[in-house]
Design a protein around this ligand. Structure first.
Ligand SMILES: Cc1cc2nc3c(=O)[nH]c(=O)nc-3n(C[C@H](O)[C@H](O)[C@H](O)COP(=O)(O)O)c2cc1C
Length: 114
């Protein structure tokens, strides 16, 4: 698609595809799953932000029975369930909530020892 859009030379795309396919084929399944989980987290947050921007409410759920979920929805083996995200219009406003201060959860130009 990037080639068709004129953003990338065809040779670069071909080289990327060969390199990435080779890399993923030789990666242990745990490493692939780790990448899938990282990417899924990013995609999930983005999906929730887009939904919010379009006037929908969301709720992520990690606490579900993965085996039952896979069976109930007949999920093919190549997919790994990560989280469920309910999207809709909230029946009532969410409860008030709090967030930890930024300095407790992010560090800038330093890494605390403990
Ligand atoms: C990745 C993730 C998974 C979650 N899984 C569950 C869940 O399985 N069950 C649940 O009741 N809440 C779960 N939550 C919490 C709620 O979806 C929601 O974030 C929370 O109720 C909002 O309250 P807060 O604004 O006080 O954080 C999860 C949150 C995240 C970010």
């Amino acid at each position: 698609m990037a080639v068709d859009a004129g953003y990338m030379p065809e040779e670069t795309a071909k080289s990327f595809m060969e390199r990435y396919q080779g890399m993923f084929v030789s990666m242990p399944p745990e490493t692939v799953l780790r990448k899938v989980l990282i990417d899924s987290g990013l995609v999930s947050m983005q999906l929730m932000l887009v939904a919010r921007a379009k006037g929908y409410d969301t709720l992520p759920m990690g606490g579900f029975d993965q085996v039952t979920f896979v069976e109930a929805f007949d999920i093919p083996e190549r997919y790994s369930p990560v989280m469920l995200i309910a999207i809709g219009k909230a029946a009532k406003p969410g409860h008030p909530t709090v967030r930890l201060p930024i300095e407790d959860v992010a560090f800038f130009n330093e890494m605390p020892k403990a």
